[in-house]
Write a protein that binds this ligand. Structure first.
Ligand code: PLP
Length: 374
């Protein structure tokens, strides 16, 4: 057991040691620029990028030329939402999204509102799931896009993206999906999901920080997005900037490893999750959205009669969070819990997120320590 015990895999993950072995020579020996087309350093880098793109396309079930590398999901989401707004003025200015989305979506849409976009927000209940009939009521001929995440970073709740995309397409709109917390944790089959744009991020799935991928559908219908960054015309003009070759290789290598053993890992994590949630229940904690389809690694628990901020200081041997790491600098109750109707309890919520390195002993130690302070 390492110290403090890491139970915050939704915030970020370590890079797999197998991936590090593959990636390390790319910082020293094979450090070429993938755009250098006059020597072997460049050829090698370009070849690694091509192979990584093919590998990722095969894992996620899309075409290699539908995958664009970038810095992570915040960038991917901004590219998608701003791009659709800029290029679809003739269709309209209306977006639909959900109150429980990540700040990357909420803040981007808030910004677009200042630029003239109109946003309709879907509510969720205590199960954290959106209602298809509510979406049906909100969607209009001028709805440029609907933006729904696959799995929530705080509660782990999984949305029925397949049905949502069918409805969105029937209405002639497009579906942007933030799959940041799903890729690497559950199977993600882009064709089956039917999404038009999908964002994911390396540091959430045992690859490096600062690398991400954006799927942009090429046909039936083709989605064309303008670049956020103008420059050398990399990534087919969508994302200029020298390619992060070690990051790209880390993404493909880690996802290959993670997906090759995913079925067993999901079963293992489900068992650990059950042990954790049974233990939490015995201690008087309530698991949020316990009956909803959820990630096998994520538990949001409401503590009985103690503030989460206080608990964090009482359990220094454990690394966990009180909400999403990206917002924990802001001392505000989790917008996800507030949207789910847990306004009163939001400041007593903790998020435990397990990962490939989590062992049963870690969970037991956490429950014992929690039992002593509750
Ligand atoms: N979307 C979700 C659901 C997330 O959990 C995060 C990160 O916490 C992001 C988007 C932003 O991802 P990135 O850190 O790659 O910009």
């Amino acid at each position: 057991m390492s110290f403090p015990v890491y139970l915050d895999y939704n915030a970020t993950t370590p890079v797999l040691s197998e991936t590090m072995e593959v990636v390390l020579p790319l910082f020293t020996r094979d450090f070429g620029n993938a755009s250098s087309n006059t020597h072997r350093y460049g050829f090698k880098a370009a070849d690694l990028v091509k192979k990584s793109r093919e590998q990722l396309a095969s894992i996620l079930n899309c075409e290699p030329n539908e995958l664009y590398f970038n810095s992570g999901s915040t960038e991917g989401i901004n590219t998608a939402l701003k791009g659709l707004f800029w290029t679809h003025a003739a269709k309209g200015k209306h977006f639909i999204s959900v109150k429980t989305e990540h700040k990357a979506v909420l803040d981007c849409l808030d910004f677009l509102e200042t630029q003239g976009a109109e946003i309709s927000w879907l509510e969720v209940g205590k199960d954290g799931r959106i209602q298809l009939d509510e979406l049906q009521k909100l969607i209009r001929p001028d709805t440029i896009a609907v933006c729904v995440m696959l799995a929530n970073n705080e509660t782990g709740v999984i949305q029925d993206i397949e049905s949502i995309s069918a409805l969105v397409h029937q209405a002639g709109s497009k579906l942007v999906c933030d799959a940041t917390q799903a890729v690497g944790k559950i199977p993600v089959d882009i064709k089956q999901l039917g999404v038009d744009v999908l964002a994911f991020s390396g540091h959430k799935c045992y690859a490096m920080k600062g690398i991400g991928g954006l799927f942009v559908r090429r046909k039936n219908p083709r989605v064309s997005l303008p670049p956020l960054l103008h420059g050398g015309g990399h990534e087919n003009g969508l994302r200029s900037g020298t390619l992060n070759v070690p990051g790209i290789v880390s993404l493909a290598t880690s996802l290959q490893l993670v997906y090759s053993g995913l079925t067993n890992e999901i079963e293992r994590q489900k068992k650990l999750q059950q042990i954790l949630e049974d233990g939490l229940q015995r201690l008087g904690c309530l698991t949020v959205a316990s009956q909803s389809p959820r990630l096998p690694n994520t538990t949001m628990a409401l503590l009985p009669g103690i503030k989460a901020e206080k608990l964090i200081t009482q359990l220094p041997g454990f690394a966990f969070s009180t909400g999403s790491a990206c917002t924990s600098a802001i001392p505000k109750p989790s917008h996800v819990l507030v949207a789910m109707g847990y306004m009163e309890q939001a400041d007593s919520a903790i998020r435990i997120s397990l990962g490939r390195m989590t062992q049963q002993a870690d969970i037991e130690a956490f429950l014992n320590a929690l039992g002593l302070v509750l």
